[in-house]
Design a protein around this ligand. Structure first.
Ligand SMILES: Nc1ncnc2c1ncn2[C@@H]1O[C@H](COP(=O)(O)OP(=O)(O)OP(=O)(O)O)[C@@H](O)[C@H]1O
Length: 443
């Protein structure tokens, strides 16, 4: 049983959710506005927040930032429409545990809630710690990436890992650590995006009792905790200017000074940072210190977007199917050709994290050995169609055929593969529909 706060302004949907979660033995509180949720969070304890992204008095981001500023560690799940997946992915950077796309599938929701609660209790080991769920890929771009990783890993150089959200920056940082001389010492990952301005310095460098209101005991900072090992600073661009100065000093002088203390503590830490913004740009705008940037950027690794990884996409699809089969006790052996065609066409703005979520949902919804297109979010098709105008082909026949194929597939999904209905909507007869489906290889 968990105490769940639902923040959702669509009251009918919220009540449906409430009923469903109560049936599954959770305790539920419903609110429709952000300001109501702030009041409740201050006075009541919750195990989990389930938040709609678009709300009447703001967005889910404001709740995430508020929770972060309060220093609370309640898992937050953002509910969003498929079209907002880019924003949902951003919410993960701000500390959300996960996101779920609307229309919410009940089984998927229960799975995400269960994972969040287990993670909160520390009952699931971070998957990222194990070596078996990691794959490299076989594309030319992956070869280049691992060539760079292998080159720089054994050195003590500071590395900046740059890449869009969900491309696997933390995975890459762990790989660098594992392949370094520091492998037997700690690897500590800090999400700078989820740290409030006030807490960041104390988290990194520690504090002594009484250093500020609320500092009831001495606290060791992560720099000290990572001594001898690697400190991974994710979303480093979010650190405030004051913390940037302290960080630079720690790197240059190899000592840290906990807040409120006069003691200098020597530290030996390798720094790996990650960013999905262009730090060079923040630097030009005066938001990120140039001296710190150069100190962090002794070597840069660029992680490719999933859409640019060519044949790796199929490898990752199969990999995530295997992982999801294991986690969800399913037995999906393959995906139908039209589902596969969709997965290969989509542009994956949320990269590997989004792919992993979509596949997990697909496997969850597939009870047989073949995952069908119905197990993919309908909106994915719409999004693919919006991508189509980018097709720069000057071959009119090819463009027409590709549009026709997309429209037929989309309609079939809409009518749940009822061919008569699809033919009617498309304004063609059934026979023509069958022959077109055969020509385009639509199952
Ligand atoms: N090489 C890999 N092999 C298998 N799975 C991977 C790999 N890299 C990333 N993933 C998957 O993608 C998810 C996102 O990876 P990760 O957290 O490292 O991305 P990120 O770029 O650090 O994201 P963010 O920008 O949001 O911080 C992981 O939880 C994992 O499921």
């Amino acid at each position: 049983m968990a105490r769940i706060l639902i923040l959702e302004d669509d009251t009918t949907f919220a009540q449906l959710l409430e009923g469903f979660l109560i049936k599954n033995k959770h305790e539920v509180t419903l609110v429709t506005h952000i300001r109501q949720s702030f009041k409740l969070i201050e006075h009541q304890e919750f195990d989990l927040l389930l938040i709609d992204y678009r709300l009447p008095d703001g967005t889910g981001f404001e709740v995430l930032t508020h929770i972060r500023d309060l220093g609370l560690s309640i898992p937050i799940i953002i509910m969003t429409s498929f079209n907002d997946v880019r924003t949902a992915v951003k919410s993960i950077q701000l500390g959300a545990f996960d996101y779920i796309t609307k229309p919410v599938n009940p089984d998927e929701l229960l799975m995400v809630i269960k994972n969040s609660l287990l993670k909160k209790e520390g009952k699931i080991k971070e998957q990222k710690d194990t070596g078996t769920d990691f794959i490299k890929g076989k594309s030319a771009i992956a070869d280049k990436l691992y060539e760079h990783i292998n080159l720089v890993a054994p050195t003590d150089m500071s590395v900046i890992i740059q890449g869009e959200s969900g491309t696997g920056k933390e995975y890459a940082a762990r790989t660098l650590h594992k392949q370094s001389k520091r492998a037997n010492k700690p690897f500590i990952a800090i999400d700078c995006g989820a740290l409030s301005k006030d807490l960041a310095a104390s988290e990194l460098f520690g504090h002594i009792k009484g250093a500020f209101t609320g500092a009831l005991n001495d606290k060791k900072g992560q720099f000290e905790a990572a001594d001898g090992g690697t400190l991974f600073l994710d979303e480093v661009g979010n650190l405030s200017y004051e913390v940037q100065i302290k960080l630079l000093r720690a790197l240059q002088e190899r000592v840290i000074q906990p807040l409120g203390s006069t003691k200098q503590i020597p530290v030996n830490v390798r720094i790996i940072t990650a960013t999905n913004d262009d730090l060079a740009n923040s630097m030009q705008q005066g938001e990120f210190r140039e001296d710190l940037y150069h100190r962090l950027n002794e070597f840069k690794i660029q992680l490719p977007a999933l859409r640019d990884r060519g044949s790796d996409l199929e490898l990752f699809i199969n990999h995530f199917i295997q992982l999801s089969n294991r986690a969800l006790d399913r037995n999906v052996e393959r995906i139908s050709s039209d589902a596969k065609a969709l997965l290969l066409q989509y542009d994956w703005p949320g990269n590997l994290r989004e792919l992993s979520n979509v596949i997990k949902r697909m496997v969850l919804l597939s009870t047989g050995e073949v995952a069908q297109v119905e197990a993919l979010p309908d909106e994915m098709m719409i999004s693919i169609n919006q991508q189509l105008p980018k097709n720069s082909s000057s071959d009119l026949k090819a463009v027409n055929e590709s549009n026709e194929k997309a429209l037929i597939t989309e309609t079939l999904i809409k009518v749940k593969h009822n061919k008569s209905k699809a033919a009617k909507l498309l304004n063609i007869d059934r026979k023509t529909l069958y022959s077109k489906m055969e020509r385009y290889g639509i199952e």
